[in-house]
Design a protein around this ligand. Structure first.
Ligand code: PBG
Length: 312
């Protein structure tokens, strides 16, 4: 076996999996005003002001990235997540600025309410739990407002039942037949989202997300979740998180023919960064290996905070 491992040129010749910047998506946190600020729990990741959106769009294009995925940090939160679907909300602003600056850049928006609700849950809370069907119209309104701003793809991450179908209908009704849906289809209730919730200020005030996000031990159930989203009109399916769920990715790749995206989430990113800072491993190599593993398991697209570093 060692004959083809002798030189880097030979190894490249027989390499089965490559990381291509065009298949990486860069998640970005945007806020309305102020300066860019570091996020304590995510070394190297910033909260960017909307005013920097055009520069970020240029940077993504120069690096040849597959797209950006926007998360908004609003100034105000309330029970009904009004800022999620406000026409002049933070994400709507950022989308417009990015598409104005670089029209050919693929701009994807996260469609969820947790960054915008005062209680931090992903929907409307009734009697202490998220009410599925009262949440759907707000998600539709959010997705439609992102489409109005110019989003190419909307990515619902809330895990309400029936939201992909509702969003597809809503987009079509408003004339946005060309806006695609990347569905967070198999999204687990994961401890690895910890740093994100610090970054976006979206930790739930009470309880947890286990009544809507998936139970980590379940793989067959993930296939049912994906199947439903495909039937409801998803264009791209997603498994999230990545590295702790490689078996789910492999199984999804075998069963479904749609493009498969995988989210290497904040906790996966931060673990590698902190280990590197502590001198325990080579952060660049470890990150490249982690993202390659996710591709090798079957992901077509990887969403990663390390996208600019990897592309560079
Ligand atoms: C919104 C959302 C979350 C993430 C993406 N969209 C947080 C959550 O579900 O609590 C997590 C991303 C990450 O950890 O990098 N619902």
């Amino acid at each position: 076996m060692r004959r083809l491992r002798r030189t880097e040129a030979l190894r490249r010749l027989v390499r089965e999996t490559n990381v291509d910047p065009a298949r990486l998506i860069w998640p970005l946190f945007v806020k309305l005003g102020g300066e860019a600020e570091p996020i304590a729990s995510m070394p190297g990741v910033l909260r960017h002001p909307v005013a920097a959106a055009d520069q970020l769009a240029h940077r993504a294009r120069e690096l040849g990235l597959g797209g950006v995925l926007l998360f908004g940090i609003p100034d105000e939160k309330d029970e009904r997540a009004t800022q999620a679907y406000a026409p002049d909300g933070v994400v709507q602003h950022a989308v417009r600025a990015m598409k104005d600056a670089v029209p050919e850049l693929t701009v994807i928006t996260d469609v969820c309410l947790c960054e915008y609700t005062s209680h931090g849950h992903c929907g409307v809370v009734v009697d202490g739990d998220v009410d599925n069907d009262r949440t759907l119209p707000l998600l539709v309104e959010t997705a439609v407002s992102h489409a109005h701003a110019g989003a190419d793809i909307v990515a619902p991450s809330d895990m309400m039942d029936g939201r992909v179908g509702a969003i597809r209908d809503g987009l079509d009704r408003e004339g946005f037949q060309d806006v695609a849906i990347m569905a967070y289809a198999a999204k687990y209730a994961s401890a690895f989202y910890g740093p994100f919730r610090d970054a976006a200020g979206s930790a739930p005030e009470f309880g947890d997300r286990r009544s809507y996000q998936m139970d980590p031990p379940n793989r067959r159930e993930a296939m049912r979740e994906i199947e439903l989203d495909v039937r409801e009109g998803a264009d791209i399916i997603m498994v999230k998180p990545g590295m702790p769920y490689l078996d789910v990715i492999l199984e999804a790749r075998r069963r479904f023919d749609l493009p498969l995206a995988v989210y290497q989430v904040s906790g996966e990113y931060t673990m590698i960064q902190l280990a590197a800072q502590a001198g325990a491993l080579d952060g660049k190599l470890a990150m490249a290996e982690a993202v390659t593993s996710i591709h090798r398991a079957g992901a077509d697209i990887v969403i990663t905070y390390a996208a600019p570093d990897l592309a560079g």
